[in-house]
Design a protein around this ligand. Structure first.
Ligand code: MG
Length: 438
């Protein structure tokens, strides 16, 4: 077991952040001096659960964030701080309805089945002004701004600081670009074990926001911050490897009759995802705002939303929910920037494991342009149009309740339905514009 007190001395860490992610994806922490880390490493840092987005009341006892020493990241831009992920405990038991615990359970289930899941994520974000109502770069105006070198280089210092940090941390970053929306960027690093990727996803959001703040601007992962621009996706690439070595890609096959380089197990996993995709929306696209991205169609100034609107899969074709860009893995394009880094991966693994166990068949790939070509989608292939519809589908899903646990699903439904009710109680400008003269 790593001794964090010793590590602090060796690395010059003065403070630790013992952090956790709540059900809404908010990163919370206690800042603990290195002198006090020994006790915290053993017993955890105390929190009042109700004060975060967890399904608890003010009467609940203390909740403890027990840090995972393997997750330690020394902040490259502030090396006196060591960041730690923690798992939540209460009354001597892990909190079932907490994101990192939920993901670890899914990983353990896959391990038991003989698989070691690996994932990579593509976290798109906008750089905006501190007030959050305009881009940070007002010269970024091209109609098709994707890969715009001039706009990318006007934000060179921010992108460089983030990429330098990833290099220093050994994440193996390999490319950075200006994305399809004005002011939008994406930075890619190597895939890895699912828990590591979820921890890094969490840290990436914190790091990107922090480094943007260092330059007096703001980074947002909000799914659709500007109605006319492409939204922030969070595509996830998934593959299963042999457990425990992780050397052989089980999804890979040279004898795929569909010519996508996928094995039967991969298709079963994919079948599980497709069968549960509608219900998973409430996890992959958890905010009110998420559905403005999925529903955008071609109504963006660049001409495409780059988001799926149907539960379909294809080869190397970006207009479907699932793309198979290469042998041995596939890309889920549904998730957006609001998705919880842990619940997102937990949802993928839960549905995929169900698919393997039940030998689900995803059917044949569809190779048309889903944005352009008229397509008669069947009811089970249409994604929910708003958060309430998505929550109702998740609430009713016996498969996901069984696979992810009633405590977790009920907590998500309860808290997000309250959020929907809050949203619905507000009168929007659209309503005034369209109803005032009724
Ligand atoms: Mg992208």
């Amino acid at each position: 077991m790593i001794n964090l007190r010793k590590v602090a001395e060796e690395k010059g860490i003065k403070y630790f952040l013992i952090s956790f992610v709540d059900l809404f994806g908010v990163l919370r922490a206690k800042m603990v001096p290195a002198e006090a880390i020994e006790g915290m490493q053993k017993d955890g840092a105390g929190f009042a659960g109700f004060a975060s987005w967890l399904d608890m009341t003010p009467a609940h006892p203390d909740m403890f964030g027990v840090p995972d020493p393997d997750s330690l990241i020394q902040l490259p831009w502030k090396p006196e701080i060591g960041w730690l992920c923690s798992d939540l405990w209460m009354d001597g038991k892990e909190v079932e309805a907490s994101p990192r615990v939920a993901l670890k359970r899914q990983i353990a289930k896959l391990n038991k089945m003989g698989y070691r899941p690996k994932a990579g994520v593509e976290c798109e974000f906008f750089l905006i002004n501190p007030e959050g109502n305009a881009l940070s770069d007002l010269d970024d105006k091209q109609k098709k701004p994707c890969y715009d070198q001039q706009a990318l280089m006007r934000r060179y210092e921010v992108i460089r600081d983030i990429c330098d940090s990833m290099l220093e941390l050994g994440w193996k970053p390999y490319q950075n670009d200006h994305e399809d929306g004005n002011g939008q960027f994406e930075m890619n690093w190597d895939y890895d074990d699912v828990l590591k990727t979820a921890d890094r996803h969490t840290f990436f959001k914190y790091m990107t926001r922090s480094i943007a703040e260092n330059y007096g601007i703001r980074a947002t992962f909000m799914p659709k911050p500007f109605a006319h621009l492409t939204g922030n996706g969070c595509h996830s690439h998934i593959s299963l490897w042999d457990h425990p070595t992780g050397k052989k890609n089980i999804f890979n096959s040279d004898r795929d009759s569909r010519n996508l380089g996928l094995s039967e197990i991969a298709y079963n996993f994919l079948g599980g995802i497709m069968e549960n995709a509608q219900a998973l929306c409430a996890i992959f696209n958890p905010s009110v705002n998420s559905y403005k991205r999925i529903g955008a169609g071609s109504a963006t100034s660049s001409g495409a939303s780059w988001s799926p609107s149907t539960v379909t899969y294809s080869g190397n074709n970006r207009t479907h929910l699932v793309r198979v860009p290469d042998n041995g893995r596939f890309e889920l394009r549904l998730m957006d920037g609001a998705t919880n880094p842990y619940l997102s991966q937990a949802g993928i693994l839960a549905a995929g494991a169900y698919g393997i166990t039940n030998k689900c068949d995803p059917g044949e790939p569809i190779n048309i342009n889903m944005y352009e070509d008229a397509y008669d989608a069947k009811p089970h292939e249409i994604l929910p149009k708003n958060l309430l519809d998505a929550l109702r589908l998740l609430d009713k899903s016996k498969i996901l309740r069984e696979a992810m646990g009633d405590d977790l699903i009920s907590a998500i439904i309860k808290l997000r339905t309250k959020e929907w009710d809050d949203y619905s109680s507000k009168i929007s400008q659209w309503e005034l514009d369209n109803t005032i003269d009724c």
